[in-house]
Design a binder for this molecule. Structure first.
Ligand code: KG4
Ligand code: ZN
Length: 341
């Protein structure tokens, strides 16, 4: 068995986790996540330096407890999110991981956060894991990508967003609707109360014949609609819910259309939904339905592993460890722009 302790501090969640694996089987022993949402809410978004300060405060007690619980015993390596993410936030996790690995005489495995999001689908109660080649739709606060994963560590990007990430669009529309931060879950909740056909927001790049996305046009269209409603003194709670529902429908529509077009092109053995926006109920359901209709197995992370966590980094770190990616801690540095390929 290979035992990996992982640290994740790329954005506003401080997290550590412990996994043990043998071959294709990985067992999660512990996953602790502390969200900083309350701290950043006052600023309407994540403030990188404040995130770093919070990671500093939260991480050490978590590691103390992990040690007291015996989690440092028998470790084969430490895994850490090296990027992408906020530079000051990444530095805290990578710095801590380097110090810990060095003091325990262990190697360090740098992990790509996006790769981690894909591996969240390995954290299942049953023994099933997504089969390769798998097609992943990664939708987070900073990224929107369609990635073909041919095997562990083998990635090919088929498409990505040309402007905003899907999660970013949710966050910006939440701000326009004055729902506060974090925006995605609030738009998700409000959309449930609205009529998704009330407004015909655009579906940018719908017929572009590639796997590229653009979300800034939808966002601008929402802004103009809200302005017109406000000028006409018609920006009621009902109208806001209709805007949220129609916006969500436009984003989900385009995500599903492009993903299913990619499925038809590459004929994968499974489809994986990954990233924070994978928590969106409409997206989870509709992509699942589309995969059933296409006859391709669909995997999505449990709700708690959709959002940032260290369990997914530990699983990714485990498979990277098997590929020989564990290195001297001195060689690992944070890379805010790290990408999956
Ligand atoms: O993966 P994640 O936790 O952090 C990054 O790696 O960026 O993703 C966060 C993003 C945010 O933009 C957030 O608004 C969005 O995921 N999100 C959602 C939902 N929950 C989180 N977007 C839509 N619906 C949700 N339920
Ligand atoms: Zn993330």
């Amino acid at each position: 068995m290979v035992k990996i302790l992982a640290i994740e501090t790329s954005c506003d969640e401080t997290a550590i986790a412990l996994v043990e694996g043998a071959g294709e089987r990985v067992i999660l022993h512990s996953s602790v996540v502390r969200s900083q949402v309350d701290v950043h809410a006052a600023y309407g978004g994540v403030v990188p330096d404040i995130a770093a300060r919070e990671h500093m405060e939260l991480l050490m007690p978590m590691l103390h407890k992990a040690k007291a619980d015996g989690y440092f015993e028998g470790l084969d390596a430490i895994a850490v999110t090296a990027g992408p993410g906020l530079a000051p936030a990444l530095r805290v996790g990578v710095g801590a991981a380097k110090g810990l690995a060095w003091s325990l005489g262990l190697p360090l495995v740098p992990v790509c956060h996006l790769e981690g999001h894909i591996y969240a689908s390995w954290l299942r109660k049953d023994d099933q894991a997504p089969a390769f080649p798998l097609l992943a739709l990664i939708v987070s606060g900073g990224h929107t990508e369609i990635v073909l994963m041919k095997g562990h560590g083998q990635f090919e990007r088929l498409g990505e967003t040309l402007d905003d990430a899907a999660g970013e669009a949710f966050d910006k529309v939440a701000k326009m609707l004055e729902l506060g931060y974090p925006g995605g879950p609030k738009v998700d909740a409000l959309a449930k109360l609205g009529n998704k056909e009330a407004y015909a927001f655009p579906r940018p790049m719908e017929k572009s014949g590639d796997f590229l996305f653009s979300f800034s046009g939808i966002k601008t269209s929402v802004l103009y609609t809200l302005r017109a409603l406000s000028d006409a003194k018609a920006l009621t709670e009902e109208a806001k819910a209709n805007v949220a529902a129609s916006f969500e429908e436009a984003v989900v529509d385009i995500l599903i259309k492009k993903t299913m077009a990619a499925v038809r092109k590459v004929n994968p053995a499974s489809v994986v939904l990954a990233g924070g926006v994978a928590a969106n109920k409409n997206l989870r359901m509709r992509l699942g339905d589309a995969c059933v209709a296409e006859g391709v197995p669909f995997f999505l992370p449990e709700f708690q592993y959709s959002m940032d966590n260290a369990a997914m980094i530990a699983v990714a770190g485990y498979f990277r460890f098997l590929q020989g990616a564990a290195v001297d801690p001195e060689k690992v540095f944070p890379d805010p722009n790290l990408d999956i390929v």
